[in-house]
Design a protein around this ligand. Structure first.
Ligand code: NAD
Length: 492
């Protein structure tokens, strides 16, 4: 494999052939294979996919050294030049959108139409964030004094990516890091490494060696990154338990961290909704990506006046969701992404008979060629049950009746998570009143999931620290510097 680097002006005239059956990591602008390799697994078939490198800590040291060198040049480029290169990268990703979409389905399991949405969002997030900048603020000025606040890049950013959105969460970390003048080392999840590695390979054409690098390997690469003294910031997306380990490890070198972690999103459905319209939407938001989205609805609170009817309508819709290999047409639900997650979700199914939970759809695990689990709604389990308190990260969700606003607000907030929440009602005033009481980073009225590269995204409580995207996300990639000018030496 040959590296194609050195095009630094952002002009992209022809698309060199990119192989979608060979994958490697890029360090200092060159493809770097390793003696040891490992393979991801297609979760729809349990077949091994292509080999990827297994790095040693020496590979990371080399990447950090190259990044540190590249930072000196990249950070000094004018914003417009960085923006041009980043936008040219977005165009190239778009050229390979179809290949990336199929690759994403193959490694992650989600149906191709959902993979195409993720690929589209990955591109939109690069372009959206390239519209933003963080100019200097003059915060006060008199005849004699001026105070300016500026945002300076931190240096080497380590981007640690999970397996559920391996494409979009990669571009959505690369773009803000580079726009603000940082350089980035991307570490995809060992469970789903392919899209991330390919994106970093495509990026080589637009950036100097060392500006965008990838590192591939097993479970030890993340801890090497969080403890590496040459990395200045970790942008981490993953589970809350891992996020705590990341923060602990980053504390030793006082690295900057943004943690985007798990969720246990409540949806509060009021008694005035059109059941036939809203129930299918709620079921969709609960089971999209087979429940493996941080922002899936994980607790569905329905007003008692419509609870039974709503539950029946949701169950009816769930039965229409076709499950299968995401590469086939007409599929709505793919498999769980990996065996670890499949086994973890299986434990919730083991609890159904043990805890006397009532499953209105699904409810049983079946053997198959892939990691498939039927979507399951649990009818009114106790508030303190595991299925209500924890994030299963799979296609099993509790439905719970509620009576009064105060009660449902208390129950919805009674969690250590605080990622998203949604309120469903025709009465917008009431919905707004409830929305403003939610302890969550993103709150939706009559929707769930609407996100924007222009709006900050992050969790309250144990769902995370800091935000990504929007102006806040760009600022999170920066150090803050205040400069105090005294205009005349005579005044000093
Ligand atoms: P995970 O925490 O197991 O892994 C995430 C990444 O961290 C992977 O790249 C993994 O290799 C790496 N990692 C593992 N141990 C590490 C360590 N000790 N130090 C540093 N890195 C380490 O998460 P996952 O299972 O890949 O993803 C699912 C979780 O991610 C769910 O809880 C989900 O809610 C959450 N998630 C959150 C968001 C968000 O934006 N808030 C988005 C997607 C997923």
């Amino acid at each position: 494999m040959t590296a194609q680097n050195g095009v630094t002006n952002g002009n992209h005239h022809s698309s060199p052939k990119v192989s979608f059956t060979e994958f490697t990591q890029y360090i200092d602008g060159a493809a770097v294979d390793t003696k040891a390799t490992r393979c991801g697994i297609n979760p729809a078939t349990k077949q091994n996919l292509w080999p990827v490198p297994v790095s040693t800590s020496d590979h990371l040291d080399r990447a950090v050294e190259a990044a540190t060198k590249a930072f000196k040049t990249w950070s000094r480029k004018p914003y417009e030049e960085r923006q041009r290169s980043v936008l040219a990268f977005a165009d190239a990703v778009e050229e390979y959108k179809e290949e990336l979409t199929n690759l994403l389905t193959t490694e992650q399991g989600k149906p191709t139409w959902q993979a195409a949405l993720e690929a589209g969002a990955g591109i939109d997030w690069i372009r959206g964030m390239a519209k933003l900048s963080v100019p200097e603020d003059v915060v006060e000025e008199t005849d004699t004094k001026k105070t300016v606040v500026r945002y300076t890049p931190i240096g080497v950013v380590g981007a640690i990516i999970p397996w559920n959105f391996p494409l979009m969460l990669c571009t959505a970390k690369i773009a803000p890091a580079l726009l603000t003048g940082n350089v980035v080392i991307c570490k995809p999840s060992p469970f789903a490494p392919y899209c991330g590695l390919k994106l970093c390979e495509i990026a080589q054409r637009f950036f100097l060696p060392g500006v965008v690098q990838s590192i591939s390997g097993g479970d030890d690469v993340g801890p090497w990154m969080t403890s590496h003294p040459g990395i200045g910031k970790i942008s981490f997306t993953g589970s809350s338990p891992t996020g705590k380990l990341v923060m602990q490890s980053c504390a030793k070198t006082l690295k900057r961290v943004v943690l985007e972690l798990g969720g246990n999103d409540p949806a509060i459905v009021c008694g005035d909704v059109d059941i036939e319209k809203v129930a299918p939407k709620i079921a969709t938001f609960a089971f999209l990506n087979s429940g493996q989205i941080c922002l899936n609805m994980k607790r569905i609170y329905v007003h008692e006046s419509i609870y039974q009817e709503f539950l029946t309508a949701m169950a009816r819709h769930v039965k229409t969701m076709t499950m299968g290999n995401g590469l086939d047409s007409g599929i709505v639900l793919g498999p769980l992404q990996n065996k670890m997650q499949y086994d973890r979700v299986a434990r919730f199914f083991d609890d159904i008979p043990k805890e006397n939970w009532k499953a209105v759809t699904g409810g049983k695990m079946k053997d198959s060629n892939g990691y498939f689990i039927e979507p399951t709604i649990i009818d009114n389990p106790p508030d303190n049950s595991r299925i209500v308190m924890e994030e299963p990260f799979g296609p099993i969700v509790p439905a719970l009746p509620w009576k009064t606003e105060d009660e449902v607000v208390r129950r919805a907030n009674d969690t250590r998570m605080g990622l998203g929440a949604s309120i469903w009602s025709r009465d917008l005033e009431r919905a707004d009143r409830l929305a403003r009481q939610m302890e969550a980073g993103s709150v939706w009225i009559n929707s769930h999931f609407d996100l924007s590269p222009l709006a900050p995204f992050g969790g309250h409580k144990e769902s995370g620290i800091g935000t990504e995207w929007g102006i806040n996300g760009l600022k999170a990639m920066c150090n803050v510097q205040s400069i105090f000018y005294n205009k005349s030496l005579d005044e000093v």
